[in-house]
Design a protein around this ligand. Structure first.
Ligand code: SAM
Length: 386
């Protein structure tokens, strides 16, 4: 496909998404109807779509409209590319720019320029102070790809060597001793020997740093209370913890046994109705549902789907999850709370509210990771009865 045809495809997919189809589904639907498109074309089109979703508001402003065509015009302008070089009308490229499209693009407000929903901007400012603009700017860019080295089985250096043999260049990242940043050929990871043998997993570097912050000692009994797909459960197990994974939606944990087997570790699965049978734990960890504001580079749709009502509902769920943790710990056990959000209301404010109602608890570990550190934005606090 020509570069123009790829832009035309991205326009169709964006229009489908903007009419209500989830982005991944819109991409798959398009690929099914256009089987001639090769993997390089699909990857390039996907990049266009996700770039546009990260920069939806500024692109709509610069393109002068909220449909796929205007957004792609604005996206190209935002990247400093003259859209008329791709909107040629030739072959399968989009039709040439109209007179109006050539001059469209208004002056952008601060919220639009930073691609932040206007209602959320005060929350960012309150949470991040003078780093607010830089963090929001970072969230407008593609996320780096990180691997977690399964140090139970291989050193970071050995993993790097093995990956190089498969054409994947990496470098150690300072956020976590297990983290490698992928510099070349990220699309080869799933077929690489290191991945297939369970020696590396795809995991954001700050997500790894969160697990590192929990100071796991081998043999510790840990309950991952909101395990989801098991990214952090696997990292906990690799540090030698005896991990039980739990989630209110057990279906989300369906891949954990296969992932654990590949990694050469054991993770027990506890559905909510069976959790009591697993007794109490040295550490009960909740990677709580959140706005995802720290990882909007990876899942940009979340930014535009968030509303004040949804955020308020999430805050209630987070406090409810926190309040369920103490019952699962041993008398001298700890609880830990994490989010992939940079918003104070979801982080320290929640922990303070919990302590107001459970005054026997105090914070013993607390870290905030900013997208400016290289990985996603994350927060983690570990609390213990004092
Ligand atoms: C941020 S995700 C977890 C991601 C996972 N820890 C990982 O690293 O891959 C949050 C998870 O919390 C679960 N959840 C939501 N409410 C819950 C509750 N009340 N109790 C337990 N899990 C809950 C969701 O189903 C979701 O899978």
């Amino acid at each position: 496909m020509t570069p123009g045809a790829r832009v035309a495809a991205a326009i169709d997919i964006l229009d489908d998404h903007l009419s209500g189809t989830p982005a991944e589904q819109a991409l798959t639907g398009w690929a099914r109807k256009h089987r001639f498109a090769g993997s390089r074309d699909r990857a390039a089109i996907r990049d266009h779509v996700f770039d546009a979703l990260r920069r939806l508001q500024s692109s709509a402003g610069l393109g002068g409209g909220k449909n796929g065509r205007a957004i792609m015009i604005g996206l190209l302008r935002g990247f400093g590319i003259d859209p008329s070089t791709l909107f040629t009308g030739e072959g399968h490229a989009p039709a040439v720019l109209t007179d109006w499209e050539q001059v469209s693009g208004d002056g952008l407000s601060r919220a639009s320029r930073l691609d932040c929903p206007a209602w959320l901007l005060p929350q960012f400012d309150e949470s991040l102070g003078d780093q607010s603009d830089d963090v929001l700017e970072a969230l407008r860019h593609r996320a780096p790809v990180f691997l977690r080295v399964n140090i139970a089985r291989i050193s970071r250096q050995q993993a790097q060597k093995l990956l190089t043999e498969d054409g994947i260049d990496t470098r150690p990242h300072s956020l976590a001793p297990t983290a490698l940043e992928v510099l070349k050929n990220p699309r080869k990871i799933n077929g690489s020997r290191a991945f297939l043998d369970g020696l590396v997993e795809l995991q954001d570097a700050a997500s790894q740093a969160v697990v590192e912050a929990l100071q796991i000692a081998p043999g510790m009994r840990v309950l991952d209370y909101c395990a989801g797909g098991g990214g952090k459960a696997l990292a906990l197990a690799a540090l030698g913890a005896e991990v039980v994974a739990h989630d209110i939606s057990p279906a989300r944990m369906k891949d954990i046994p296969t992932r654990a087997e590949r990694a050469g570790c054991k993770i027990q699965i506890a559905t909510p109705d069976r959790l009591a049978r697993f007794g109490t734990f040295d550490l009960v960890f909740a990677d709580a549902p959140c706005s995802g504001s720290g990882s909007w580079r990876r899942a940009p749709q979340g930014k535009w789907l968030m509303t004040p009502e949804r955020l308020s509902d999430l805050l209630d769920v987070q406090q409810s999850v926190l309040s369920q943790l103490p019952a699962r710990t041993t008398a001298d056990g700890a609880i830990a709370y994490a989010t992939c959000s940079v918003l104070r209301v979801e982080n320290r404010v929640q922990v303070d509210r919990f302590i107001e109602n459970h005054s026997e608890y105090g914070i013993e570990v607390e870290h905030s990771f900013s997208p400016l550190d290289g990985g996603d934005g994350f927060y983690v606090a570990q609390l213990r009865r004092m």
